[in-house]
Design a binder for this molecule. Structure first.
Ligand code: NCD
Length: 318
């Protein structure tokens, strides 16, 4: 039974909670496309997307997920909100709560921002990516995609290659895949590898060469170099990076013959991934996007229900 009113990171979830979310997502994923049979379990509820960083997939799929469940979804963009007039994050959230937002999906450049906000609100807080810390729904949709393709997660070998240092996707994935018993291989230039990367889990290992990381892998997940976090200065040149750490046919040939290629997007064609690989039938990049809606439906339903229980509990003791 789901109890968490917030989804702040994979680090807070047990193995059973992860599986509960993935199983709930399967139900939503399997609904017919024509919209029939879609129970509007969030009818009359309000979900606010509060994104302080750019996003295409995450923001849109939270919006689609909320709407498919019947919720009203409002997008707040800081560029056109009173944040530009000096309003703090917490005041912004308190105002959204006063409008009776049931859930707030927060993306923020500061690690820990969702956790901080969660301590001061009755609304359900969902982390839509915080700095280089966590991106829990991305890891869940990645796990969903892997499980669908490979029928299991336990025992799989997953290579995650690129700018690990700045990647909340890599962190959340390493935690989740470790919790479900997959072997995680992290690979990237030394300058883009956190010193304590292996501390992310007992099944996490660090590789300096992509050929070694990909060797015998069931899945290869490529990551973008996060130039907005100044990672560009930590590599010699884009061309050199593509040659050394890019995924091309030669490198992919080292993986299992049925290995799948993943990427959270946005992809930088010709940098971390050869466009022919991105567009090939080995790539599940768009399947990941599709899975994102079902996973976010599961998350929104569960956190809003838990927030209701929490609110009722407070009322009962008041
Ligand atoms: C990622 C993010 O924002 O963390 N994208 C996403 O949510 N799908 C990865 C990235 O920006 O490189």
């Amino acid at each position: 039974m789901w109890k968490n009113r917030h989804l702040l990171g994979i680090a807070h979830l047990t193995r059973d909670e992860i599986l509960e979310l993935l199983d709930a997502a399967v139900r939503w994923f399997d609904l017919p496309r024509d919209g029939t049979g879609s129970p509007r379990v969030l009818q009359g509820r309000t979900v606010v997307n509060l994104f302080f960083e750019s996003s295409t997939r995450t923001r849109t799929s939270f919006e689609v997920a909320g709407k498919r469940l019947g919720a009203d979804v409002v997008n707040v963009s800081p560029q056109t909100s009173s944040v530009t007039k000096g309003e703090t994050l917490l005041d912004t959230v308190r105002n959204l709560e006063a409008l009776r937002a049931d859930a707030i999906v927060l993306r923020h450049a500061s690690s820990g921002a969702p956790e901080f906000v969660a301590r001061h609100t009755m609304a359900a807080i969902v982390n839509g990516g915080d700095g280089a810390h966590e991106h829990p729904t991305q890891a869940l949709l990645d796990a969903f995609t892997l499980r669908r393709r490979k029928q299991r997660i336990e025992g799989l070998v997953v290579a995650i290659c690129g700018d690990i240092l700045h990647s909340r996707v890599a962190r959340s994935n390493a935690l989740l895949l470790g919790a479900l018993g997959a072997e995680v291989r992290l690979c990237g230039p030394r300058t883009l590898m956190p010193r304590d990367a292996e501390a992310l889990g007992p099944t996490v290992r660090v590789f300096g060469r992509i050929e070694d990381a990909v060797d015998g892998a069931d899945a290869v997940m490529m990551l973008r170099v996060q130039n907005e976090r100044l990672a560009g200065a930590m590599i010699a040149s884009t061309r050199e990076y593509a040659r050394t750490f890019g995924l091309n046919a030669r490198v992919l040939a080292r993986a299992k013959p049925d290995a799948i290629v993943m990427h959270p997007g946005p992809i930088n064609r010709g940098v971390e991934i050869d466009p022919r690989i991105a567009d090939s039938d080995r790539s599940v990049i768009l399947d990941q996007v599709e899975a994102g809606v079902a996973v976010r439906m599961a998350v929104l339903e569960k956190v809003i229900q838990a927030a209701d229980v929490h609110r009722a509990g407070i009322r009962a003791t008041a």
